[in-house]
Design a protein around this ligand. Structure first.
Ligand code: AAL
Length: 384
């Protein structure tokens, strides 16, 4: 962790040493901040600097971080020939003395061939013909693959073509895996699917499929008519807050945004927030309880990509920080994801994925560890 502080914050340590000495600073630093001058008109940029972010300087901003990545040990990728892929990891949880992560696992005779050439055994996309597998670790760096958690169910059950992009919920002593359930090869029309769920008494399973859609697609003409992707449950305000991605069916351009559905019971019914989408950008959803609200890593798509956002009420998100190289499909270890906390402590690491879009003939993804400083505790420690 120390290394991350260095990567993230070394360059600002001199600012801190100055900030620690207010008396010297007063003597040798006679500026009056523009916002402190009476009747000073602030430029739009300066106004925004004070209003829009969590703090006027990134180094004071608890929701600012850079990200460090480390290759994971323990996974066999068949020499990266594209026949094995692991992607879209869940959150990491700690149970039975070890860390658990679930992810999309594809092992097919060929790499993806596109929708037209796809068949019962040839995948259209990296997440076609996939299952949900899991791995455990005692240190978060070396992982032991445990095998399948949720297989593809027999046709016509939800997910018979592919089950992918899962996330975990712990609720009243039971575990729930939510995932995308494809009923046709991704790319035939779009990347269309609803969300299904399986449940278990232990993170080791066995997992019982509920075999019903729990987050249904929107009705005709709604922004989430065709796809409900990246389900991401947290416990907040005593309820299950499940965030997800959809995309207006790519119209007028490919506009990906994030919605929210809330339930009292993990098997539903889920009520979609009337103001959906609640985040206007982003791709795979990564969120965590922070202080009284919810923070979100908004990556890749939309005007507000590469921002970290915060909603005091879990619904009305504002930009808190702008950063770079954020984890793709980040599944953080969130100690208080399911504790119904009113003072979320934040995150310091998790698992994300990298894809190799430049070598399309061997298209696959790999899991990696990310480290960051988005934790109240580390920030407080550093500020001492
Ligand atoms: C991802 C996720 C969803 C999409 C596809 C697989 O990274 O957004 O899971 O369907 O791409």
């Amino acid at each position: 962790m120390k290394k991350v502080f260095l990567v993230t914050l070394l360059c600002v340590s001199s600012f801190f040493s100055q900030a620690q000495k207010p008396n010297n600073q007063e003597k040798s630093f006679p500026f009056i901040l523009p916002k402190e001058k009476p009747n000073q008109k602030l430029s739009a940029a300066l106004e925004r600097n004070y209003d829009a972010y969590l703090a006027p300087r990134p180094q004071d901003n608890e929701l600012y971080s850079q990200f460090k990545y480390t290759e994971l040990k323990g996974f066999d990728y068949h020499n990266h020939d594209g026949t094995i892929s692991r992607r879209d990891p869940s959150k990491v949880i700690f149970a039975n003395g070890k860390y658990y992560v679930w992810y999309t696992y594809r092992h097919t005779p060929t790499p993806p061939q596109g929708a037209e050439k796809s068949s019962g055994t040839i995948p259209s996309s990296d997440w076609d013909l996939a299952e949900i597998w899991y791995a455990t670790s005692t240190d978060g760096f070396t992982w032991e693959e445990q095998g399948v958690a949720v297989p593809r169910p027999p046709k016509p059950n939800v997910g018979w073509r592919s089950v992918t992009t899962t996330d975990i919920l712990e609720w009243k002593g039971k575990y729930y895996l939510y995932y995308q359930g494809f009923m046709e090869a991704s790319g035939k029309r779009g990347d269309d699917c609803p969300v299904a769920v399986s449940y278990a008494d232990s993170p080791d399973g066995p997992w019982t499929p509920y075999n019903k859609i729990v987050i249904p697609n929107g009705s005709e003409g709604e922004w989430d008519q065709y796809s409900i992707h990246d389900p991401y449950p947290l416990v907040y305000k005593g309820k299950i807050y499940l965030y997800y991605k959809s995309d207006f069916d790519g119209k007028p351009d490919l506009v990906r945004m994030q919605g929210l559905a809330v339930a009292d019971n993990p098997l539903g019914p889920f009520t979609k927030n009337p103001t959906n989408p609640v985040i206007n950008s982003g791709h795979e959803t990564t969120l965590f309880p922070f202080k009284e609200g919810i923070a979100a890593l908004v990556i890749r798509d939309g005007n507000e990509h590469h921002t970290i956002q915060y909603a005091k009420d879990g619904v009305n998100f504002e930009i808190a920080a702008i950063t770079e190289l954020m984890p793709n499909a980040g599944g953080p270890f969130i100690p208080d994801a399911f504790t119904n906390t009113k003072n979320g402590r934040g995150i310091t690491w998790g698992i994300s994925h990298f894809t190799n879009a430049t070598t399309w003939d061997k298209n696959h993804a790999v899991l990696a560890r990310f480290d960051c400083d988005l934790s109240q505790d580390i920030h407080d420690e550093f500020m001492k």
